[in-house]
Ligand binder design. Structure first.
Ligand code: SAM
Length: 229
């Protein structure tokens, strides 16, 4: 009888994807859309998913249509645009294509492998390897945030972690800052994250061309809660 140890299999596959990523050339050496550059991104993504499925929260990266829909809500202004959970950078790329200047864009990504990849791929963008649950301590103080673009897998992280992340959003965002988040729960929603009544949805649209289809929510502060005693 063949006995399959799932943890060992996952480790082996993660090792294989890392070797593929290491043997293909750095992403920047491929022109955008080149199949080897894409293979590198896919193997990096799958490798990170095998190491921490709950933390990555999706088996494959967002589609370019989802990325463009997310980016389309980011205002072209003077303040910062902060992207949370950038993975291999599909949304980062869409934000830059939208016209957000690299100097206004800050990316916060918890995985070291993704962060290293993002720094190489987007040299002009500030990439912070850190936890969105500590956002306030990671960002430069005193600068206005126009938009927070989140790909965080809020539905697959423990509730306490989700609350800590949303608490940071409440602290760091102004009442008129935009919170842009996608969710695989495509039912219509009036509040984000379905756990905390902090943010009110102003616009929402389903992107069908994504695996699985996702709903993009544009939300703003629904009024500040009392700070915890
Ligand atoms: C669903 S993937 C999205 C990746 C990419 N933005 C996309 O759309 O394809 C979620 C990303 O969030 C990152 N992440 C998860 N929890 C995080 C946290 N607490 N702080 C920062 N990044 C986190 C994961 O490492 C992963 O890269």
């Amino acid at each position: 009888m063949i006995w399959l140890d799932h943890a060992m299999l996952a480790r082996r596959l993660a090792g294989l994807t890392r070797r593929i990523a290491a043997r293909t050339r750095p992403w920047t050496e491929y022109r955008p859309g080149h199949h080897l550059g894409r293979l590198r991104n896919v193997s990096l993504f799958v490798g990170e998913w095998l190491r921490g499925p709950g933390s990555v929260g999706a088996v494959c990266s967002s589609s370019r249509w989802l990325a463009r829909e997310l980016a389309s809500h980011a205002p072209i202004g003077e303040g910062l645009v902060v992207e949370l959970g950038a993975g291999t950078g599909i949304v980062t790329e869409a934000l830059l294509e939208r016209g957000i200047s690299p100097g206004r864009l800050i990316v916060v990504e918890r995985s070291e492998a993704f962060s290293g990849h993002l720094r190489r791929r987007f040299p002009g963008v500030t990439v912070i390897c850190g936890d969105a649950a500590q956002l306030g301590t990671l960002l430069p103080q005193g600068l206005r945030i126009d938009a927070l673009v989140s790909s965080l897998p809020l539905r697959s992280v423990p509730l306490t972690e989700r609350h800590r992340i949303i608490e940071q959003w409440e602290r760091t965002l102004d009442p008129d800052s935009a919170l842009i988040q996608f969710t695989y729960d495509i039912r219509p929603q009036t509040r984000t994250c379905s756990c905390d009544q902090a943010f009110e949805v102003h616009d929402s649209r389903i992107v069908w061309a994504n695996l699985p289809p996702a709903r993009v929510l544009l939300a703003r502060h629904a009024g500040r809660r009392q700070p915890p005693q």
